[in-house]
Design a protein around this ligand. Structure first.
Ligand code: ADP
Length: 667
């Protein structure tokens, strides 16, 4: 039969706890899931609000910038012609590279700052000298093929102080020199003509004409290296927009230069990009010009704003016009995308928010945002009253999600910790309850056992006392015998009460041991003798063997007697068949060893530690109906400890037990 020192809980109690724990765990899981869901929703909402705010802010900033710029344009437009130029130049100089301020007039375009436009939609009308000026030379040249005569004629004219006549004469002179097979001389004349001057022939600057004409001569002379050098410088001058040209002229000369240079591959990318921006500006100005011309006829569109793509470059046009003058700003992304949003962009970048603008057709005019961006917000042109739709998106959704994931991990860790605490709490509660119940059960067993222990001697004492009181025992011999029984039972009762009281004091820590040097052998002999007398009637005997020369210990006489008595009492009590108890006194490691051995029931290994605990009784002894309180061995243990000694137990079920009390020797 299994040992039942610690009693199990009523079976429904742990099950109830288990169910409770499961409910608690399920509640925790549900709660965590809900929490996570809410957290995610909150996070999404926070991000969205963040973006909504950024979009609104962007819209408002752009609107404000636009109205400011409109204000400045209006101021400019209101200025009289005399002051317009200065004011426009000041404003124009502040513009980024892809933007331009223009003043359109019916016959001219003024641009601020200068040098950005590669070509103009309209050029100031250039006067050519009257056709008759060169008639004489041209007759010689074309009709009579008298090139020498023509050369002389044009040379003469080339001395004219009028730069227009001089330029026209030089051009014709060079042409005739070529026809007269004197290309070197023609080159020199072109060189002369190529000196910068204001003269324009047929609307084209004379120096440009001359420099391009040199290309042809150099080609004839097969002077490739010289040609490339000159083409390169001309290309540079064209890129610097040295001349005011019409679109056709600009394109023609660019082509001419390109043909002679492998320019596409030679021009640095930055230069090309810059030229692209300038071309976009020129196209914008051209379109504005056409619009104004049409508008002037219809007297419409006095002021306005228009966003469009010019040669693939987004552009915003803003204008104020009268019938004779139009002041306009052609702004590229550097202006409307960067300049206007200058104050806004750093904080947006810090918040990892990307910004972009699209035009009415959905083309990106500033920035770009992936179509599949998870978090993005739009503000349409209707909402913002801007020429563009504003887009904002989280620049780094992974980082935003990572933040969320970190919080989720923290939350899960917290919940995990809570679960562990709950489970650990549950475990300790179950354990404590189990122990409490076991102790309660042990105590009730104990009360029953003590009552039982009391009843037996009390019953005999009562009977004998009754016999004596009624004088029913006349014979001296029987009277003597009853008196002895009475004495023994009284002693037993006394011992029992003493045991209980002593144990109570030990438990409360109130028991005081009076330790004094004493001869253990004498004490053992005394106790064994008394015990022998006590049990002799039941047929028990004690065999004492002493193998010691010294046996002085420091001890409490009364306590040691009680400990030894308890061991002897148990040996007899739990050995119903073999009625001999062996007591062996010997020396062991500076200790006096008192072994009490029986050949009784024995104690199973699982119980051997438990039996030293208070109230604990062996299953075998209870089954065999041996009475007891479960206090004896606990007391022996307590006494041994108080003497700085130990109690050892060797036992085998069915073969008997040896309890050994070890006490340190005195000295
Ligand atoms: P009690 O004897 O009153 O039950 P004890 O504390 O003296 O209490 O002993 C505790 C238990 O140890 C006993 O119930 C018994 O099961 C076991 N026990 C003690 N001594 C022996 C022994 N000599 N032989 C077998 N079992 C013993």
């Amino acid at each position: 039969m299994a040992f039942r020192g610690r009693l199990p809980l009523p079976s429904h109690l742990p099950a109830m706890f288990l169910v409770l724990m499961l409910i608690l765990a399920a509640a925790l899981c549900w709660l965590s899931w809900r929490l996570l869901q809410q957290d995610r929703a909150l996070e999404n909402q926070r991000l969205r609000e963040h973006l909504e705010h950024a979009a609104d802010l962007t819209g408002a900033t752009l609107q404000q910038s636009i109205s400011e710029t409109e204000g400045r344009l209006a101021e400019l437009a209101a200025l009289p012609d005399a002051r317009l130029d200065d004011a426009a130049e000041r404003l124009g100089n502040q513009l980024p590279q892809d933007s331009l301020l223009v003043v359109l007039r019916p016959d001219a375009v003024e641009d601020y700052p200068k040098g950005r436009l590669p070509y103009y939609p309209v050029l100031p009308v250039s006067k050519d000298p009257p056709a008759t000026t060169f008639a004489a030379g041209e007759v010689l040249e074309f009709r009579q093929k008298d090139y020498a005569g023509a050369i002389a004629s044009f040379r003469e004219l080339a001395r004219s102080p009028d730069p227009l006549i001089r330029a026209g004469a030089l051009l014709r002179l060079a042409r005739n020199l070529i026809r007269a097979h004197e290309p070197e001389k023609a080159l020199a004349v072109y060189d002369d003509l190529a000196k910068p001057g204001a003269a324009r022939i047929g609307g084209i600057p004379a120096d440009l004409l001359a420099r391009r004409a040199r290309f042809l001569v150099l080609e004839d002379l097969h002077q490739g290296a010289q040609l490339r050098r000159e083409a390169a410088t001309l290309s540079q001058d064209l890129n610097n927009h040295r001349w005011s040209l019409s679109r056709a002229a600009y394109q023609f000369y660019v082509q001419e230069v390109r043909r002679r240079l492998d320019l596409d591959s030679e021009a640095p990318a930055a230069l090309q990009a810059r030229e692209q921006e300038y071309l976009a500006l020129a196209a914008a100005v051209e379109s504005l010009w056409e619009q104004w011309q049409a508008g002037r006829r219809e007297q419409s569109n006095p002021s306005g704003m228009r966003g469009f793509l010019s040669g693939g470059h987004p552009m915003l046009l803003m204008w104020r016009s009268g019938s004779e003058r139009l002041v306009a700003l052609a702004a590229g992304p550097r202006f409307f995308g960067e300049h206007w949003l200058r104050s806004l962009r750093p904080p947006l970048e810090r918040q990892r928010i990307e910004l972009a603008l699209t035009d009415a057709e959905g083309r990106w005019v500033f920035g770009q945002i992936a179509a599949d961006a998870v978090f993005q917000v739009r503000r349409s042109t209707v909402e913002t009253k801007l020429p563009w739709t504003v887009h904002v998106a989280s620049a780094d959704p992974a980082a935003d999600l990572a933040q969320f994931a970190a919080r989720r991990r923290l939350l899960l860790a917290g919940l995990g910790l809570m679960a562990v605490v709950v489970l650990a709490g549950g475990y300790f509660i179950v354990r404590a309850t189990t122990r409490e119940l076991a102790v309660a059960r042990l105590q009730s067993d104990f009360v029953a056992a003590v009552s039982h222990e009391f009843r037996t001697p009390l019953t005999s004492m009562l009977q004998i006392a009754e016999l004596f009181a009624r004088d029913r025992v006349p014979e001296e011999e029987r009277r003597q015998k009853y008196s002895e029984i009475l004495l023994r039972e009284t002693e037993r009762l006394h011992r029992l009460v003493e045991n209980l009281l002593d144990f109570g004091r030990m438990e409360a820590g109130a028991h005081e041991y009076r330790l004094e040097p004493l001869d253990a052998t004498a004490l053992i002999r005394g106790v064994v003798g008394e015990f022998q007398e006590e049990v002799a009637a039941r047929g028990y005997r004690v065999e004492l063997s002493e193998k010691v020369s010294v046996s002085m210990v420091r001890g409490d006489q009364e306590a040691l007697r009680r400990a030894l008595w308890n061991l002897l009492d148990n040996a007899a009590k739990y050995s119903p068949k073999c009625r001999t108890v062996w007591v062996e006194v010997s020396l062991r490691d500076k200790h006096l060893s008192i072994g009490v051995r029986d050949r009784g029931l024995g104690i199973p290994a699982a119980e051997q530690k438990e039996v030293f605990k208070q109230f604990v009784r062996g299953a075998g002894s209870k089954a065999a109906g041996v009475k007891g309180t479960g206090l004896g061995l606990a007391m022996v243990h307590h006494i041994a400890r108080a003497h700085r000694g130990r109690v050892l137990l060797e036992s085998e079920l069915g073969a008997g037990s040896t309890f050994t009390l070890l006490l340190p020797l005195e000295g």
